[in-house]
Design a protein around this ligand. Structure first.
Ligand code: ZN
Length: 244
């Protein structure tokens, strides 16, 4: 079966639509959280994701912030501003959807664990380096764990006998044959931070054990225009085209 793996949509409906269209038919969608925050279309994004067939969707830190589950002082002033804006926009039924999101999911029959940040601290931890990633292999039992949160498409591979896991950045638009065990990040749909502004996602094939990592163009200026109209912070508008 083929699963679309998406994360960190961040209210960018234009990017989300482009990804869903480009991905084509899949057997299910696994969304690793942060459907909202930063972008101009939080309600549309929640509604679009919630309606996807065979969906599993986690809670991210921005989703939790909009639900008043977090101390906003943990965010920088501009992020705080957009969280407050997002919170004001949200329809109650869409907040209710976010409120029901689990922090972590183990899919036993696929041998996959899903978390927004990491299996150790599902909502908050950023997996940026091999030391933290290596420690995290102790916190899940499946072959693979899929995470988001850093907005960086990376793969951490733990091989037998190695002291630290390896880190590699997969080549764009290529299929990787996966070896157990690994922690994989598909990159961000709505706010990439690896200096490539294209929307990122992956397709996981559960039989072939492959990771098809893709980047696609979308109408960035459309999202930027809506952000401008909403009065969202200029830095968040500019960073979309820098992918940074
Ligand atoms: Zn995020």
């Amino acid at each position: 079966m083929r699963f679309l793996v998406i994360t960190d949509i961040h209210g960018n409906y234009t990017a989300l639509e482009a990804v869903l269209e480009h991905a084509g038919a899949v057997d299910g969608v696994w969304c690793l959280g942060d459907v909202i925050g930063y972008g101009p279309n939080p309600n549309e994004c929640v509604e679009r994701v919630a309606a996807l067939p065979n969906l599993l969707c986690l809670l991210g830190n921005h989703d939790a912030a909009a639900l008043d589950m977090l101390d906003l002082n943990t965010f920088n002033p501009e992020a705080r501003l957009s969280i407050e804006w997002t919170r004001d926009q949200m329809k109650s039924e869409n907040l209710a959807f976010l409120e029901e999101r689990p922090q972590m999911i183990t899919i036993e029959d696929m041998n996959v664990t899903l978390a927004h940040g990491s299996p150790r601290q599902p909502v908050f931890e950023y997996l940026l380096d091999t030391r933290a990633a290596t420690e995290n292999f102790e916190y899940f039992n499946t072959e693979y764990c899929f995470v988001g949160h850093t907005h960086l498409p990376v793969q951490f591979h733990l091989t037998d006998g190695a002291y630290l896991c390896g880190l590699n950045i997969p080549p764009v638009n290529e299929v990787t044959q996966l070896a157990a065990r690994a922690i994989l990040n598909p990159g961000s749909v709505g706010q990439p931070r690896d200096r490539d502004p294209r929307a990122a996602y992956a397709i996981f094939d559960s039989e072939a054990r492959t990771w098809d990592y893709r980047r696609i163009n979308y109408a960035i200026e459309e999202t930027q225009k809506s952000m401008q109209a909403a009065g969202l912070p200029e830095r968040h508008i500019q960073r979309l085209e820098a992918g940074w």
